[in-house]
Design a binder for this molecule. Structure first.
Ligand code: FES
Ligand SMILES: [Fe+2]
Length: 393
């Protein structure tokens, strides 16, 4: 799991003036709205004696701790400590991490990290959103008992379709792709590719009931950051499903996926349920395989798997993760696990760049390339093993 990216916290309607508890990156957060309707996401640990703020209330645009009533304003600073009296000077350490929030696509996103605004990777742009001729279905939440990387990598793997998704008419990839790989288009924050499927798809597919054109189905996948996934399924020049997955790594074994389907066909709103059923059927077929992968998390070294040209999207995704690890953004899961129950951590918020004196320790991170010389070798070795081992069939 990686800090310094935008993570979905909930659907807009899930974040209200009643504080909501949300677990992300293995840590507790609280999400709430103030009287103007602005959403806020903060660390869920009160720095007095550790109570969960999400069990508290919202009052006068502050979140109120349920234990001794400390009030924190949206920026994270404590404004009132009842037991000190109204005029007391409050301890400067009485503050909690508060994160940048953006609402988009009916979702509340929080930037979980400390990068200044100008350096933050953006939330993925859905070009079809609000575009005439396209219909977006309401957000679907899919809970997965697996690590988010396994889900992301599944989306970047075109070769499983033929075997996992008979409901799509068992589309086989064109033999040329199997031979030459995926023609990745890489950008700063992710990769994407398109593949064509062979003549088997010319038959009527029971996936949507749509008939593929003579030239067959062209489909693509892409990643953006560690947790935004795209799939584009073009049944023909005029019939497409373009799908966007915003993944929330809950912890090292659970993921919540916020899924948005856009389509330029089946435009009658009554068709939403048909599109939903088709998509959930496909998702459940994936889940049936993914929940039994061993190990549950992606191996640290690519040589612990045999990777083929059709796995090039997966390998590229791991390269990006390696780059973000080099920047020192990867959570040290082993340390987090070892300290569970003994230490309360918080993802460092942007304010930590400009002010000190924080009560909670920042979440442990693996040393990046810029860390002390002694640890650079280990970081490089980790990246090298992640990117090794891409074979050609
Ligand atoms: S623990 Fe929150 S006010 Fe005491
Ligand atoms: Fe799949």
């Amino acid at each position: 799991m990686y800090i310094n990216f935008w993570y979905p916290v909930g659907r807009a309607e899930d974040v209200t003036d009643k504080p909501a508890s949300v677990r992300l990156l293995g840590l507790p957060f609280v999400a709430w709205r103030d009287s103007r309707g602005t959403a806020h996401v903060m660390s869920d640990t009160c720095v007095h004696r550790g109570a969960s703020l999400s069990k508290g209330t919202v009052k006068d645009d502050c979140i109120v701790c349920p234990y001794h009533g400390w009030r924190y304003e949206a920026g994270g600073k404590c404004k009132t400590i009842p037991s000190l009296g109204a005029d007391a000077k409050l301890p400067s350490r009485a503050k909690i991490d508060s994160y940048p929030v953006e609402e988009k696509y009916g979702l509340v996103f929080a930037f979980l990290g400390d990068l200044p605004a100008a350096e933050r990777p953006p939330i993925y742009t859905i070009p079809e959103w609000d575009q005439e001729g396209w219909r977006a279905t309401p957000v679907t939440i899919i809970e997965l008992d697996l690590y988010f990387e396994r889900s992301m990598e599944n989306g970047l793997d075109p070769a499983h379709n033929e075997f996992v998704h008979p409901s799509q008419g068992s589309p086989g990839m064109e033999p040329d792709y199997l031979k030459y790989g995926l023609n990745l288009e890489n950008s700063e924050w992710g990769t994407k590719f398109f593949v064509a499927f062979d003549e088997k798809t010319h038959q009527q597919s029971d996936f949507t009931g749509l008939r593929a054109s003579k030239s067959g189905v062209r489909a693509g996948s892409g990643s953006h950051g560690p947790n935004h996934l795209q799939t584009w399924i073009n049944f023909s020049a005029t019939n497409s499903f373009h799908q966007y997955f915003f993944e929330a790594p809950v912890d090292e074994a659970h993921t919540r996926v916020y899924f948005i389907n856009t389509r330029n066909c089946m435009m009658d709103p009554k068709m939403d349920s048909r599109a939903y059923d088709a998509n959930m059927k496909v998702a459940n077929e994936d889940i049936a395989v993914l929940m039994h992968l061993n190990p549950i998390r992606t191996p640290e070294s690519n040589i612990k798997e045999i990777l083929l040209p059709t796995d090039q999207g997966v390998v590229k995704f791991r390269e990006y993760l390696g780059q973000w690890e080099d920047r020192g953004w990867r959570v040290d899961l082993k340390k987090l696990r070892a300290d569970a129950g003994d230490v309360a951590y918080a993802i460092p918020c942007p304010d930590r760049r400009t002010s000190g004196n924080w009560v909670l320790d920042a979440v442990p991170l693996l040393p990046g390339k810029d860390a002390a010389t002694a640890t650079v070798g280990a970081a490089l070795a980790a990246t090298a093993t992640r990117t090794a081992g891409v074979g050609r069939a």
